[in-house]
Design a binder for this molecule. Structure first.
Ligand code: SF4
Length: 251
C-alpha cells in the first residue's frame, strides 16, 4: 500500500509504519515523479522484494533520515496531463440511486501560494501561521489554455458542472482571462475557490460571470494591527469591503 498527500509532507515520523503496518511506502511531497518511478520499479518481478532508493519515496526499510525536506517535484505544471478520474466515476456509477450524489471535480491552476512567494524577503514567508506549503517548493502555474480546456474537457466527460479549485489561493495574475474564457463556454458551472481579501473587484465579477458561487476568503481578523502581525497583507477595512462585495455579487 502506498499513501501520500499533504498531511504526510515535510517531516513524517517513521513510527507511522509501526502504527499502520499495512503501509509499504509513503510519498513525501507531490507524487507524479516518485510514484511513477516506484511503479516502474515494482513492475519488474525481481524488484518486488527490494526497496528502491527513489527521492521522495519513504519505506520502513528506508525511513526519513532527518527533518530536511526530501522530495522530487515536476519543474513545470505546463506539461502534466489532465487528471484521470475514470476509476472514481466508474465506482460512483455502481452506487444504488439512493446513495448517489452530485460529484465535484477538483482542478488546480497553481501549486504553492503567490503571496507566500511574494513575501519571501520579509520576516515571514506568506501568512505567519500558514503551513500549507510543506509539500513543494516554489510557485508554479498552468497556462490559460491548459486550465480552460482541462475544465471544459473534464466537465463534459464526467457530465458534472461542479468544479472546486484546489489552489492554496487562486492567482490574481492571468485569472481575469481564465474566468472570461470559462464564462464564454456558456456552461452552467458551479465553481468554488479560495481567494485573498485583496482580490480586485473586476476579477470577482469575471469569476461570478463564469459561475463562481462559493468562495473561501482568508479574512482571519478584523483588526489591522493583528493582520499586520499575521503578515496577511490586508487591512480590516479591506476585509469588510470584501465581505460586502462578495455578498453583493452573490459569491
Ligand atoms: S494566502 Fe493562504 S496559502 Fe498563502 S500564505 Fe496565506 S494562508 Fe497560506
Amino acid at each position: 500500500m502506498v499513501v501520500g498527500g499533504s498531511l504526510l509532507s515535510g517531516y513524517t515520523n517513521p513510527k507511522l509504519f509501526h502504527v499502520f503496518p499495512e503501509i509499504d511506502f509513503f510519498i513525501n511531497g507531490e507524487g507524479e515523479i516518485p510514484l511513477s518511478e516506484l511503479i516502474q520499479h515494482l513492475s519488474a518481478p525481481q524488484n518486488i522484494a527490494t526497496f528502491p532508493n527513489i527521492t521522495g519515496v519513504v519505506s520502513k526499510q528506508r525511513p526519513m533520515q532527518s527533518r530536511d525536506k526530501v522530495f522530487c517535484q515536476v519543474d513545470s505544471l505546463k506539461n502534466i496531463p489532465s487528471p484521470d478520474y475514470d476509476d472514481y466515476f466508474n465506482l460512483l456509477y455502481t452506487f444504488r440511486p439512493e446513495n448517489r450524489f452530485f460529484p465535484t471535480l477538483p482542478v488546480e491552476t497553481s501549486r504553492g501560494c503567490w503571496w507566500h512567494r511574494q513575501t519571501d524577503i520579509k520576516k515571514h514567508k506568506g501568512c505567519a501561521f500558514c503551513n500549507l506549503n510543506l509539500q513543494w517548493e516554489g510557485y508554479r502555474t498552468k497556462n490559460l489554455n491548459q486550465i480552460v480546456s482541462e475544465i471544459d474537457h473534464l466537465t463534459t466527460k464526467h457530465k458534472t458542472l461542479s468544479v472546486a479549485f484546489m489552489d492554496n489561493v487562486i492567482p490574481v495574475k492571468g485569472s481575469d482571462k481564465v474566468f472570461q474564457q470559462l464564462g464564454m463556454l456558456k456552461k452552467d458551472f458551479h465553481l468554488f475557490g479560495e481567494i485573498r481579501a485583496a482580490t480586485p473587484r473586476h476579477l470577482l465579477e469575471n469569476m461570478r460571470v463564469a459561475g463562481m458561487d462559493e468562495v473561501q476568503i482568508g479574512i482571519e481578523a478584523l483588526s489591522t494591527a493583528l493582520l499586520k502581525k499575521l503578515n496577511k497583507g490586508t487591512t480590516a477595512i479591506q476585509n469588510l469591503e470584501m465581505m460586502k462585495t462578495v455578498k453583493n455579487l452573490a459569491l
